[in-house]
Ligand binder design. Structure first.
Ligand code: FAD
Ligand code: DLZ
Ligand code: SF4
Length: 515
């Protein structure tokens, strides 16, 4: 039976479940650029360019293999602006009785898709089959089996299970090298004179330039800079980015995973998440490339393990949590955070150098690495008590790799502790000393990370203690918070009062600039 097969902008994989039994002589693939997906949050301009240009290139590559693709451009006459609208039009146009889709990566669209079939016009009552997205190493069912009956759902336990199941970095049922985890070795500060790899960027071709022009015209007021755009938009480019990472960055990835440096946006990080998340790379092949480098002796075990843990562990785990806990997950606000997102998250205009650097990099590249996201922008929002929904929307907007299944658990659970500790065993709260240790930001800042009080004091310092005092009821009984709370208990009353006053004044000034 002639079948219409829907491919979404983050499903650009040749072996997508919706394409698996495609008959090129009979079936049609529908891909549609729609206003709704570009504006349900006001995505960074580069994220829209990446997705639309990669969609166009993917459609062309299917066409070259003899597949009939019905591709609807954003400015095509009659484009209804929504996926449902375009699917309904295509069902009519192609007179099909059967539609196949792969489940979307976001709850809102998954829910909407369930209802689409009912909304097809009477005369075109097609069946809509929604297939699982099996481009992951752990299915929903497997995750549910792992989670069932457990009191806590810790990533480390999940990761060990996945190591057993894949056999990766295992030897006779034991972890290779005798340890599961080399995290402790992955926290080195970056020596000032360490040569950094020249990072590979991809020059936009004519198609990408045309999309960029369209995005500039249609979404010019969205966050972020359009130029310079350096992302790959094809599978070939994404594979080159993978090879570049494995050859030039992986050997030192482990050592400097937590380091930050002014003006250096990528360091030894992979910058592969956008490609993984839109389907240009497969998580299995990415892990296997790192394992092969280990086997050849081109990368040390702590680097390969650290990298595989991010993908086999964290990436699969947050997806599992998202689908298991939605839709109620997003409503949590364990620490009752109620402040608005500071205006400078959009502009980068702040005297706090760490935040300025991370936000500028985000505007420039639609990318910041994990520690910038977690310990600078995330930590600051946590310490200030910014409303989770506002922080989550910001993260979903600003990064090229942001899709809710991965963005939400990282922001809501890991960065903001808004789920009360489901994902993280303690809040990732830190004072200026941490940022000073892991970066060179503080040397160029008007604040002093060593000063605790008074005008030169780093705001992270008094905000950190204020955060602990404000949330004592929720956090003091957490055994992993015993150390900071015992330090707080030793603090005399006048010091505590001083900290509270400084934090109050700082937060008041921040709110007045945000309103
Ligand atoms: P590397 O550090 O080189 O890691 C390699 C790969 O591991 C990444 O490409 C990614 O696929 C995976 N990975 C690493 N950490 C995580 C993690 N915590 N969760 C899931 N996958 C991980 N990642 C996204 O892909 N999309 C998001 O929207 C997103 N939002 C985040 C929001 C916050 C507040 C935080 C703290 C983290 C977020 N992350 C997100 C996770 C992580 O920061 C990014 O995956 C990583 O920075 C991507 O850059 P990279 O490819 O250079 O990663
Ligand atoms: C992110 C995005 C954008 C900007 N545009 C489109 C689009 O025009 N058409 C499309 O099919 N998908 C797009 N996407 C990706 C979707 O938003 C994504 O599939 C859902 O968020 C589910 O993860
Ligand atoms: Fe950030 Fe404080 Fe360091 Fe300034 S001194 S860069 S505000 S941590």
């Amino acid at each position: 039976m002639k079948t219409l097969r829907l491919v979404l902008g983050d499903q650009l994989s040749r072996d997508l479940s919706a394409l698996r039994d495609l008959d090129p002589a009979r079936d049609v693939v529908l891909m549609a650029e729609v206003q709704d997906e570009a504006t349900y949050v006001r995505h960074h301009k580069q994220k829209i360019v990446l997705v639309l240009s990669a969609m166009r290139h993917f459609a062309r590559s299917l066409g070259r293999r003899g597949v009939q693709v019905d591709y609807v451009k954003l400015d095509a006459p009659g484009n209804r602006g929504s996926l449902q609208g375009e699917l309904t039009r295509a069902v009519q146009r192609h007179r099909v009785r059967r539609v196949i889709a792969t489940e979307p990566g976001e709850w809102r669209l998954r829910q909407a898709m369930e209802a689409w079939q009912r909304e097809f016009p009477q005369e075109h009552r097609s069946d809509l089959e929604i297939r699982p997205d099996d481009r992951f190493l752990c299915s929903h069912e497997r995750f549910a089996r792992w989670a069932r009956g457990r009191n806590t759902l810790r990533m480390e336990h999940f990761y060990r299970q996945m190591r057993h199941e894949t056999g990766w970095l295992m030897e006779a049922g034991e972890p290779l090298g005798g340890r599961w985890n080399y995290d402790a070795e992955n926290r080195k500060a970056l020596p000032a004179d360490l040569p950094l790899p020249r990072r590979r960027r991809f020059r936009p071709d004519a198609e990408t330039r045309a999309v960029a022009e369209l995005v500039g015209r249609r979404f010019g007021d969205h966050f972020g800079e359009l130029d310079p755009f350096g992302w790959a938009v094809t599978r070939r480019g994404a594979l080159q980015a993978l090879q570049h990472f494995i050859a030039d960055c992986l050997p030192r990835f482990g050592d400097y995973q937590d380091a930050m440096k002014r003006g250096e946006d990528l360091l030894f990080h992979a910058a592969l998440s956008p490609y993984l998340n839109i389907g240009l790379l497969d998580p299995r092949e990415v892990c296997e490339a790192a394992l092969a480098a280990l086997e050849r002796g081109d990368a040390p075990l702590p680097a390969a393990e650290g990298f595989v843990r991010q993908i086999l562990g964290w990436r699969e785990y947050v997806r599992g949590i998202y689908w298991r806990k939605m839709p109620s997950y997003v409503r949590g606000n364990y620490l009752r955070a109620q402040r608005p997102l500071p205006e400078f998250y959009w502009t980068g205009e702040t005297e706090m150098r760490c935040l300025r650097e991370c936000i500028a990099a985000t505007r420039r590249n639609a990318y910041a690495h994990h520690i910038q996201r977690l310990m600078v922008t995330g930590n600051f929002a946590l310490l200030c008590g910014v409303r989770p929904a506002e922080v989550e929307e910001w993260y979903l907007i600003v990064y090229a790799d942001a899709f809710e299944w991965v963005e939400l658990p990282n922001t809501h659970g890991m960065a903001l502790f808004a789920d009360g500790g489901l994902l993280a065993s303690k809040p990732y709260a830190a004072s200026g000393a941490y940022i000073d240790r892991m970066s060179d930001y503080c040397g160029a800042c008007r604040y002093d990370p060593k000063a605790k009080q008074g005008a030169p004091a780093c705001p992270f310092n008094y905000l950190y203690w204020d955060f602990l005092m404000r949330n004592e009821r929720h956090l003091a009984s957490n055994p992993r918070m015993a150390l900071p709370y015992s330090a707080l208990a030793r603090m005399d009353a006048s010091r505590r009062k001083g900290i509270r006053r400084e934090a109050r004044e700082f937060l008041r000034a921040l709110a007045s600039r945000s309103s």
